[in-house]
Design a protein around this ligand. Structure first.
Ligand code: WTA
Length: 653
């Protein structure tokens, strides 16, 4: 272990395994060798504007061509200036003149088992009709439409219809409370709400409309509410404000030319939690986002014409926006969409779906993978997963042992795994293996995509020594980048562009190894400082998860007079007993795996960890518990409040 220079983070993890793509995979891939990737990356680095400008011309339909590729007045970027295009046109209309017209766009399955499929022509028709409904209800370019729906095709239809008329959608995940909806509606001055009577989750109905009714009492800007029938349960409809989706659609015309929108016309707002303070409305715009999600979908998922692509995210998150709806549809892909929980009616549901539709590409989150491991291989082995050819992860770092399980049990040791690092703010994937080109290392998101230039710096903004951890920044604008925080340009500048002037500070720590592979080390705020050594959360957690008795782990610091910070870990066990013997075994295990310095001081056993509604461990809350403090800051994104209460109770008993 090396002594730290200021602001640098030590690494204690050693991962030597390397998995090159098979010759067959590489041969058929869009980008099929390391040399090809490197050539592309160099081209983009040497002439970034030329690189993106050429792609924009080739990949998007332009009603009016752009006159300038990039106008960059840090931190404000305008891409493809003066051009006019439309994202819904680029996702739908462009496919109607080829065989893709009748190709399946969406294969949908509801939690109760109902199924639907829509071809590109059918999806186009539905989007046109709903776009006319929006127009008829007075929605036009720039108006904000708030969407709070279950994972049904109409959610994608609503998003695409907004894009078609130039309305700005703000999708709110169906698990949020009425308070959270009202806050977001007010922040964005939403004019319309779209929802459903309810949705299905683990056999129970989510009362979406009832939640919206509460929210709308506190959302004065919302004039109209459109309600889709999904569960058919009784809901209240407010005269003059609430309308049924199907009734409005009945009389809507199927003709709806796409609005010719400026490249920088806002496409959507998506609220993401700040660790403190109110949620931020991340703003994305039209052409740059459209291009970036389109090309990154093709590069990273190696989309081929006959792929059946399934991303298990919800459209309420950026992953659903970029890699269920906009990216895959722009490529004319067939996507699977599933409404419900992975363990309904039992823990084998996902694998049944993979078998039923012959899914070839499967993209999910590490939190889900850790749950699959805990549930046991029997549920997986019941299904035939031989259609799979590529696997992906997103949302958190993946512990190398969870990666190995994914590779072995789900991927049958034949599927490359793309560990994709990106954020709501980046719009699309920034670092990831290109599956036909870049050999993977478990736990590393490997290399930056073409056009992306990361750097690792210390707190003074200076590049750290090779191999050292530090702040991850992006040194150049890219087309998919956020264009600001809705209504708060000051916060945008302060949060992302002021710590290292002129460079984008993403808020994560990372290191780059001798092969140029990047390893994300966790959020900057989560770093532990033990006896002057700054340690990353993921490395300690990965050491714990590599023990056969551990299902999940979170590491945090708590104040310690001697060491500055002591290491407290929260552990969910598989089958082992939560006793002293296990505690000692785990301490010894970490000591052996990564060294004495990283040995946990406190081990707390818990049935579950507090997570955000999108499945990320909320270490900030655990830090308060470990140090015996009251919980401060925003807890509205916490998925299950009872987890927190339970943890506190355990501490007191
Ligand atoms: C984390 C999700 C490690 C990271 C697309 C980032 C990851 C935050 C990875 C963004 C990954 C996402 N490896 N960490 N492959 N992917 N993260 O906005 O901390 O929900 O900053 O976007 O998730 O989360 P968000």
């Amino acid at each position: 272990m090396s002594q730290d220079a200021s602001g640098q983070i030590s690494t204690v993890m050693q991962e030597e395994r390397l998995f090159p793509p098979s010759t067959a995979f590489a041969k058929a891939a869009h980008i099929g060798s390391l040399e090809q990737y490197e050539t592309l990356w160099k081209q983009a680095a040497e002439d970034s504007e030329g690189f993106w400008g050429k792609l924009a011309e080739e990949e998007l339909h332009w009603f009016k061509p752009f006159t300038k590729i990039l106008d960059w007045k840090a931190p404000l970027a305008q891409w493809f200036v003066d051009g006019k295009t439309n994202v819904s046109y680029n996702c739908l209309d462009v496919h109607l003149t080829s065989d893709r017209r009748d190709k399946t766009a969406i294969l949908w399955e509801g939690e109760p088992g109902d199924k639907r499929s829509l071809s590109y022509a059918e999806l186009h028709e539905q989007v046109c009709k709903f776009a006319n409904v929006l127009r008829e209800k007075g929605i036009g370019p720039g108006d904000v439409v708030s969407i709070y729906m279950p994972m049904v095709p109409e959610l994608a239809i609503a998003m695409l219809a907004c894009a078609r008329v130039g309305a700005v959608h703000s999708v709110i995940f169906g698990g949020f409370s009425s308070e959270a909806i009202a806050d977001r509606n007010n922040d964005a001055s939403a004019k319309m709400q779209i929802t459903a009577d309810g949705g299905w989750r683990r056999g129970k109905e989510l009362p979406l409309k009832a939640t919206v009714d509460e929210a709308l009492k506190k959302s004065p800007s919302v004039e109209t509410c459109i309600v889709l029938r999904r569960t058919e349960s009784a809901v209240e409809m407010k005269e003059g404000r609430d309308f049924w989706w199907d009734e409005l659609m009945d009389s809507a015309s199927t003709e709806c030319p796409a609005a010719e929108l400026d490249s920088e016309h806002p496409l959507f707002i998506l609220y993401t939690s700040g660790s403190t303070g109110k949620p931020k409305g991340i703003k994305h715009t039209t052409a740059g986002y459209n291009l970036y999600t389109k090309v990154t979908s093709r590069w990273v998922f190696d989309l081929q014409e006959d792929d059946i692509y399934w991303c298990t995210a919800d459209c309420g998150w950026i992953t659903g926006h970029s890699y269920i709806v906009y990216g895959p549809l722009a490529n004319g892909a067939t996507i699977v969409m599933y409404e419900g929980a992975p363990n309904s009616p039992d823990e084998g549901r996902f694998w049944e779906i993979v078998e039923r539709y012959g899914v070839t590409i499967f993209y999910t989150a590490p939190t889900a993978i850790r749950a699959f491991i805990k549930w046991g291989d029997d549920f997986v082995n019941r299904a035939d997963l031989s259609s799979l050819r590529l696997l992906g992860t997103v949302g958190e770092g993946i512990n190398p042992e969870a990666w190995m399980w994914y590779h072995r049990v789900i991927g049958g040791e034949r599927c490359p795994i793309v560990d994709t690092w990106w954020q709501t703010e980046t719009g699309g994937i920034m670092m990831s293996p290109l599956p036909g080109a870049i050999p993977t290392k478990p736990g590393s998101c490997t290399k930056p995509l073409p056009g992306i230039s990361p750097e690792i710096v210390d707190e003074a903004g200076e590049a750290v020594e090779p191999g050292q951890g530090g702040w991850l920044v992006i040194t150049r604008p890219w087309p998919g980048m956020l264009r600001g925080i809705w209504g708060d340009s000051k916060r945008y500048e302060e949060q992302y562009w002021s710590s290292v002037p002129g460079k984008y500070l993403c808020g994560d720590n990372a290191r780059c190894d001798a092969d140029g592979y990047y390893w994300i080390m966790g959020r900057i705020d989560d770093v532990l400082n033990v006896s002057g050594h700054r340690l990353s959360t993921i490395e300690i957690e990965s050491a714990l998860v590599s023990h056969p008795d551990v299902a999940e782990a979170a590491a945090v610091g708590r104040p310690d007079e001697l060491k500055g910070e002591a290491i407290a870990v929260f552990v969910t066990l598989g089958n082992a007993e939560p006793d002293e013997a296990t505690r000692n075994a785990l301490k010894q295990h970490v000591r052996k795996e990564i060294g004495a310095l990283a040995q946990p001081d406190d081990i707390h056993f818990t049935g579950s960890l507090p997570k955000t509604r999108s499945g990320k461990i909320m270490r900030r809350l655990l830090r308060d518990i470990a140090s015996g403090k009251e919980t401060v800051g925003d807890t509205s994104t916490l998925e299950d409040y009872s987890v927190l209460a339970k943890l506190r109770q355990d501490e007191e008993s």
